[in-house]
Design a protein. Structure first.
Lengths: 1051, 66
């Protein structure tokens, strides 16, 4: 290429270069260096020499064309160095950052880095060159001689901008921009999601391919610029929302400073990046988003010079819109292209006439590959076209491309064999095959299949139930409880397990809600039930596993049962169990699951090799949860063994024994728990440093109930190289699990494929399937879809909807509320919730249920519940009489099950709201900043050991102030945090506290006594005294300082 | 699915009720019940009329053996 350069005059000594601080956004341009290329055609051919002469003249006129950027050695803003003469061309910042050269076909090509010229600056340069060439060298010489005022130079503009920015008005404008900057976390996540759609880069696909380009036609060449920009920016935002699933996104948008009239003719880098934040609520239309974007952009243009230094250049998502003029100074424009190198992903839209070209730029763009880039650009183009043609389309209903085929699985062979069987049939068959096999083990107690069935049969004989009647089981002893569950089924009814530790008020509510007809309870639990209104109370003796085997009696009763049921009275479509799950309107919902639902699932488990006659599975889930279904009936339908942890043993202990093969854990073949508990189990067993000593246990590890992390997958395989790890997914409404898959180390975690006779659909708000990569709501169809919510027709109708995709007439889909997308491997990946439902320590929690209870407290006028750091937090606005104490609130919340009682209460003046008037959960203050007082008198820790315990609590619970009588659980403690406490005691004092004893010692004073009781070698006392000495020192040093801090906080 | 979207109350041959966007084609095996209104109106109506969520075939079998 014959680049036009000019040589410096060798005869006169060159004057020294001058240096200035860089312009406010020139620094930005070093981080996102957009290179703009403009190709022009002159009316008459231009020779290289003519162009060089014009370049020389213009370069002498504009300092910015002789400016180099010198990086600051400290990494701060660079310096601009203005040379007296033209600079040599060069790729680095020290050389010339622009070129002008003749190109093929009599064209002229201009390129410039945004460090010296933005796109508009490049047009101005083109205009200057055209003017010079038209007038010829004589005119230039003449003008140089007249002493005519020179043009406004960029260095002066930069200084002026720096001054403007120092103004208080600018600070105010920047503050509003700063607000818009919030929420870049979502942008990071969005970029990561888009990136993960691309297949892993290999040698074969890493070659450079042409970057895809998409075109959008505008309604006409005179479509206003502000409208076009708004439509395209809105389309980019909506496409990002649909692919990334974020509910709000901030994007940096290039904004020209030439909106300021004085800056119009200035050659220089005059583009700033300003942030535009958009919220995407369901039901909003494209027109809504376009209008909001347009308003936000208009406001930004008004004050652009005031905000340009608080630049959004580091934001991971960007957008720029350029319009190409038809002619520049008598030259016609052939093309204009802009390439950005900044962080993340950026959409560049270049408009010419009635056509817009879209490209993806930025550091992440090359990583996406042509396929993903093309799909994203297609989506942007589709949304933009829809936005102009049918602006009333809701953002969640724009069709973005060819949908993914729904993952579907047929019924497995075992499930097909069992099609007409009930759970009871299957357990009886297993018992007939191996009556002496161990069905249930609990510490030293064992029940054979014969004994289990005969005990259940005896009890069933006392239950005079009709099919579909609900029998509540309120039994603390795990073995007796299991016998009672089986008895309920054998009596032809469905069971509902109630946690005997729930408050009486809640139990009464659940029994009424489930229309319970019979209650199996022990003498002790029955005494707490009060009046057995509407149901028959049947007292159950504790099953001790000894006594008469009663084999024949059991067989005889089997026949009696069969006589009673009569031909065809019972069937697989009868109810097997009810299970309460959290309800968003304040009432728990009873999920009604049939035998057919469960048996299909168990058949799949059998064919997946997850259960069999040799299975030994600890039922660590609380029996009121969905996971208990698989843990109990999984082993029992095929002759395996259920290990029931004895009352009082924590699931973490049971799992740790299974993992290390200690004690009863030695026989365990399979474990099933939530990722969080598994994580803690591993943590307790991983050596403090370095790589773990692997355990040679060939366990099947089934994790489900909350999102599984890649880290946990990796650690599981490291610690248990022989383990087979499964990720399970599914709400109670689709029976235990809807999808599952094995996960190897390094795999991308997905929800797996559908279980037997199940179909997974990812649908948009119009219930239309979405293309791969687009986030939609997961709907589950097939044999697992439960009957509904017992007694709640309206709620059932809302969540169980007609299945338009099934070949079975009248089939229904369950609408999960889970947002997923089909990932690069064709399997669904979890992306969040469509509503506010939470997972806290693996438990499904509707914040609405907690909020409804809080609002019933007379001193609470507004309440919001949410999860932070896997703990439930309640924010509340106290009524006029002031805030209640934590103790009062906890007592008030006791109608909720323990896992739904907020760990932390925070008082607020008002609930923060979004622009649309909904609760802005992002703006809820950090709970550590605003704990409500515990109530009662505060007693500072009194002894050195109490002080140590209080200090450990501060770390483990994140609490500010811990008193001697404060309660571990009231401050947000739970069994997991108790395990942390045990670990901390071990690290600090080389003393081992049994977890169970710690859980029984809820206050600081109790735990201090416990520590002393276990202080066999004096290390606790020694550490506590050393700590006390340090603590006093520190207090003495900081007393005055902390008083000042407190005063400052008040103001 | 904006606030103003109209729905129909629908049911299948097992007399299981649900909601379906008005004017949209119904999947095979589903019929319109006749009630049309907002989501809340339809849900409230179903709550009133569908108090026993057992499928029709199960209900009838239970009645035969009662």
């Amino acid at each position: 290429m014959n680049t036009a350069t000019s040589t410096a005059d060798a005869k006169t000594p060159a004057p020294a270069a001058e240096t200035f601080r860089a312009g406010p956004h020139q620094h930005d341009a070093t981080r996102d260096d957009t290179v703009t290329t403009l190709v022009l055609r002159a009316p008459a051919p231009v020779t290289g020499a003519e162009l060089a002469a014009a370049v020389e003249t213009v370069t002498r006129r504009y300092e910015v064309l002789r400016t180099a950027l010198v990086p600051s050695p400290a990494g701060g803003a660079p310096t601009q160095r203005v040379s007296p003469g033209p600079l040599p061309g060069g790729p680095d910042g020290a050389g010339r950052l622009w070129t002008a050269a003749p190109a093929a076909g009599g064209r002229i090509e201009l390129t410039a880095s945004a460090r010296v010229l933005d796109a508009e600056g490049l047009w101005l340069l083109a205009g200057e060159l055209a003017r010079e060439l038209e007038a010829g060298p004589a005119a230039a010489a003449q003008r140089a001689g007249t002493g005519e005022d020179g043009p406004l130079q960029y260095v002066d503009v930069a200084e002026w901008l720096h001054e403007v920015l120092a103004d208080p008005e600018a600070a105010e404008a920047r503050a509003s921009q700063k607000k818009a900057h919030g929420g870049y976390d979502d942008a990071e996540e969005t970029v990561a999601r888009v990136r993960s759609l691309a297949p892993a880069r290999t040698a074969s696909n890493s070659g450079a391919t042409a970057a895809p380009v998409r075109r959008v036609a505008l309604p006409g060449p005179h479509h206003p610029a502000a409208d076009t920009e708004a439509v395209l920016l809105a389309a980019w935002l909506v496409a990002l929302h649909r692919f990334g699933g974020a509910q709000a996104l901030a994007v940096r948008v290039s904004t020209g400073l030439r909106e300021v009239p004085q800056l119009k003719p200035v050659l220089g880098p005059l583009t700033a990046w300003t942030a535009v934040r958009q919220e995407f609520e369901a039901g909003r239309t494209l027109a809504d988003v376009v209008a909001e974007v347009r308003t936000a952009r208009a406001a930004q243009r008004e004050v652009v010079e005031l905000t340009s230094d608080l630049s959004a250049v580091n934001a991971p998502l960007g957008f720029s819109y350029l319009e190409v003029p038809e002619r520049v100074g008598g030259w016609s424009v052939v093309s204009l292209a802009a390439r950005g190198t900044g962080p993340g992903l950026r959409l560049t839209a270049v408009r010419r006439g009635d056509l817009v070209e879209l490209r993806l730029d930025g550091a992440e763009a090359p990583e996406l590959g042509a396929d993903v880039t093309g799909r994203i650009l297609d989506a942007v183009a589709t949304v933009a076209e829809q936005g102009m043609r049918e602006p009333s389309t809701p953002i969640g209903q724009v069709r973005l491309g060819v949908p993914a085929a729904p993952p579907t699985a047929p019924a497995t062979p075992t499930a097909a064999d069992w099609a007409e069987a009930t759970l009871t049939d299957l357990v009886s068959r297993a018992a007939a095959r191996a009556p002496e096999a161990v069905a249930v083990r609990c510490a030293t107690r064992e029940l054979t299949y014969r004994r289990l069935c005969s005990s259940a049969a005896s009890l069933a004989a006392r239950v005079d139930a009709a099919p579909d009647d609900v029998v509540a089981v309120i039994v603390p002893d795990p073995v007796t409880r299991l016998v009672a569950q089986l008895a309920a089924l054998r009596a032809g009814s469905a069971y509902l397990v109630i946690d005997p530790d729930d408050p009486a008020e809640r139990i009464a509510g659940l029994l009424a809600d489930a229309s319970v007809r019979h209650c199996l309870a022990t003498a002790e639990t029955a005494s707490r039930l009060g009046d057995g209104d509407g149901y028959a109370l049947i007292l159950v003796e504790e099953e001790d596993g000894t006594g008469e085997s009663g084999g024949e009696e059991g067989a005889a009763l089997d026949e009696a049962e069969q006589r009673r049921e009569g031909a065809g009275a019972r069937g697989p479509d009868d109810l097997a169990y009810l299970l309460f799950t959290s309800g968003s309107t304040g009432r728990p919902k009873p999920v009604a699951v049939t035998h057919r639902n469960v048996v299909n699932y168990l058949g799949w488990l059998a064919d997946a090799g997850l259960i069999g006659p040799d299975t030994v599975l600890p039922a660590t889930a609380a029996p009121v949860f969905d996971a208990a279904v698989k843990q109990v009936w999984g082993p029992l339908v095929l002759g395996g063994t259920v290990v029931l942890p004895p009352a009082g043993e924590s699931p973490a202990e049971t799992l740790a024994d299974a993992l290390t093969g200690t004690g009863a854990g030695a026989a365990v073949t399979t474990v099933n728990t939530v990722p969080r508990l598994w994580d803690e189990t591993l943590r307790a067993l991983e050596p403090a440093e370095g790589t773990a000593a692997p355990h040679r246990r060939n366990l099947d590890v089934l994790l489900g109930g909350e999102a599984l992390t890649a880290d946990l997958v990796e650690r599981t395989h490291r610690l248990l190289p022989g383990a087979r790890l499964w990720n399970l997914y599914g709400p109670s409404e689709t029976t235990a699990n809807a999808s599952a898959g094995t996960v190897a180390a390094g795999d991308r975690v997905s929800l797996g494929g559908p279980v037997g006779a199940t179909t997974l659909h990812v649908l948009d708000e119009a219930m239309t399937p979405v293309p791969p990569g687009v986030v939609g709501e997961l709907y589950v169809g097939g044999a697992g879809v439960a009957r509904g919510y017992a007694g709640r027709g309206g709620l059932t109708a809302e969540r169980f909807v007609p299945d338009p995709f099934s070949g079975t007439t009248g089939a229904r889909l369950y609408r999960t509320g889970d947002l997923v997308r089909i990932g690069a491997n064709g399997l669904p990946e979890f992306c969040g919730r469509a509503d506010g439902q939470l997972k806290v320590r693996g438990h499904r929690v509707e914040p609405g249920e907690i909020e409804a209870v809080l609002l019933r407290h007379p001193a609470v006028s507004a309440a919001v519940a949410d999860a932070r750091d896997d703990r439930l937090v309640a924010w509340l606005v106290p009524g006029p009489q002031g805030p209640p104490t934590v103790a009062q609130l906890r007592e008030h919340c006791a109608v909720l099950p323990a896992y739904m009682i907020p760990a932390v209460f925070v008082a607020l003046e008002r609930i923060p709201l979004t622009a649309q008037g909904k609760t802005d959960r992002r703006m809820l203050p950090d709970p550590a900043d605003g704990h409500l007082e515990q109530g009662g008198e505060f007693t500072a820790p009194r002894t050195p050991v109490e002080r140590v315990v209080a200090e450990i609590w501060r770390t483990v619970l994140g609490a500010d102030r811990v008193g001697a009588h404060d309660n571990f659980f009231a401050l947000g403690g739970d069994s997991i945090r108790a395990m942390h406490t045990v670990a901390r005691v071990r690290d600090l004092m080389a003393t081992e506290l049994p977890l169970r004893e710690l859980l029984g010692a809820p206050t600081v004073a109790d735990q201090a006594n416990l520590l002393l009781a276990h202080d066999h070698d004096g290390s606790v006392r020694e550490f506590a005294e050393a700590f006390a000495a340090l603590d006093e020192d520190a207090e003495a040093r900081t007393t005055s300082g902390s008083t000042d801090d407190a005063t400052e906080d008040q103001t | 699915m904006s606030e103003s979207t109209l729905y129909d109350v629908v049911l299948n041959d097992e007399e299981q009720y649900s909601l379906w966007e008005a004017e949209r084609e119904l999947p095979a095996g589903w019929h319109r019940e006749g009630t049309r209104g907002s989501r809340e109106e339809c849900v409230a109506h179903i709550d009133r009329i569908w108090t026993d969520i057992r499928p029709r075939s199960v209900r009838e079998r239970h009645a035969r053996h009662a």
